[in-house]
Write a protein that binds this ligand. Sequence first.
Ligand code: ATP
Length: 197
Amino acid sequence: MKTLVFGGTFNPPHIGHTVICRAAAEHIGAERVIIMPTYIPPHKSVEGSLAAGEHRINMCRLAFEDIPGVCVSNAELRRGGKSYTFDTLTDLHRLYPDDDIYFLCGADMFLSLHTWYRAESLPQLATFCVVPRDGGAAELREYERSHEFVRGRCIIIDIPPVDASSTEVRESIHSGKKSASVSDAVSEYIAKNGLYR
Ligand code: ATP
């Protein structure tokens, strides 16, 4: 089975996340899509702005529900500590030994792949599906060309960048505005639970 794993903070999930997830799932013909909210993201400072794991799980269920074969996993939240992709992919191989595993990430994360925990092993555990964010596909191809450990182990999906970020959503809500980057269902969930005020 082709399994696409999409890890992120999802604080909250927005249209950038759903657009790239759908594009990647269609591109590879994913039969299973696992959305994996992180417990503690190793690569960013969240300084008190991180909604509880349970809220992020619930928002992911609302945001991604239309994607065929999707499920939202609490594995990283249950594991606790820093959420290393290496550990997550290793566990998924144990759980689904016959699957082809793909890992989706945006350009900003991919361009720092060499700094991730056990980076050299990651492309052996999953094929990376990468989408542009602020720049184009050329910088992603250049990264692949100049980093041998990932060469031939990533798929660059050249879709138009989506201008959305969780930071922008949190800032809008904090200043009393609604954000156009989240779905109505996620927006209602945020309001009902008083998140990001
Ligand atoms: P924040 O603004 O809080 O830093 P974020 O918007 O980057 O958050 P994350 O949940 O940290 O969201 O991102 C999870 C993954 O989704 C990362 O691989 C990131 O690169 C990717 N991603 C998020 N938004 C976009 C977007 N608009 N276009 C492409 N990739 C994206």
